[in-house]
Ligand binder design. Structure first.
Ligand SMILES: C[S@@+](CC[C@H](N)C(=O)[O-])C[C@H]1O[C@@H](n2cnc3c(N)ncnc32)[C@H](O)[C@@H]1O
Length: 219
């Protein structure tokens, strides 16, 4: 049966005209962010498990129902993978489906808070997966996209290879430009045709015959 997931509907056809201004403003002004109390406890939980494991860290931010986190953990057995999503229901399903893993953790968390705390604690990631982030396709929602958000500076400060996938090419092209403004390094968006789906959203889009894209940012 063919899936029938809707393609991106947007009133924006080219790079957002405010991108450079917004990204430069965020780069010039440190992100002042007050994290929620609950996030302090979640961060402590991640820290304890990561310390116990001792391997390099990989984040899977906005992991949804956790398929990607488990796959990444299997591929990088020497690393500790943290899958985080703010959806209580998705994380509940993830923990129901997957047994606790030796080298991964699936937990409900606000990623903006966890990124901020990780930066403040001088954490550096080996890789950072952001798979099929909410596209916020309306032009006036630009500041909700990760590269238009003040947390973009935390994403960069966490370092490592940032691996993004989307069914909206323009989102990744914008992020590539934002990363170039910040780091001076160019990177290009690739069209991908995955044989094994890394996540449920990837499966849904692929089965709906949508074109899929990947961007890797190395700083
Ligand atoms: C389109 S879904 C993709 C899920 C998964 N990565 C996949 O590919 O199947 C985007 C996910 O990001 C999560 N998300 C969005 N903003 C978030 C935030 N600030 N903190 C944590 N999770 C967030 C949503 O709850 C949602 O599960």
């Amino acid at each position: 049966m063919q899936a029938n997931s809707r393609t991106i509907s947007t009133n924006q056809t080219e790079i957002h005209s405010d991108l450079e201004k917004v990204v430069r403003r965020h780069l010039e002004n440190p992100f002042q962010h007050k994290v929620k109390k609950a996030s302090l406890e979640i961060f402590q939980q991640i820290k304890e498990m990561a310390d116990r494991h001792g391997g390099e860290l990989i984040f899977d931010s906005g992991c949804g129902s956790g398929e990607s986190t488990v796959q990444i953990a299997e591929k990088h057995r020497e690393c500790f993978v943290v899958g985080m999503d703010k959806s209580k229901e998705r994380i509940r399903k993830a923990n129901e489906k997957f047994d606790a893993g030796e080298n991964y953790l699936l937990l409900r968390a606000e990623v903006v808070d966890i990124w901020h705390l990780a930066v403040k604690n001088d954490w550096r990631l080996k890789q950072h997966y952001i798979l099929y982030p909410n596209p916020w396709p309306k032009k006036n929602h630009f500041k909700r996209r990760w590269h238009g958000h003040p947390a973009f500076t935390d994403i960069l400060a966490l370092g490592g290879e940032i691996i993004l996938r989307s069914n909206w090419k323009l989102y990744l092209e914008e992020l590539a430009l934002a990363a170039k403004i910040a780091t001076g390094k160019s990177t290009t968006v690739q069209s991908i045709s995955p044989k094994n789906y890394i996540s449920l959203f990837e499966k849904k889009y692929f089965e709906s015959e949508q074109e899929l894209f990947e961007l890797r940012v190395n700083q």
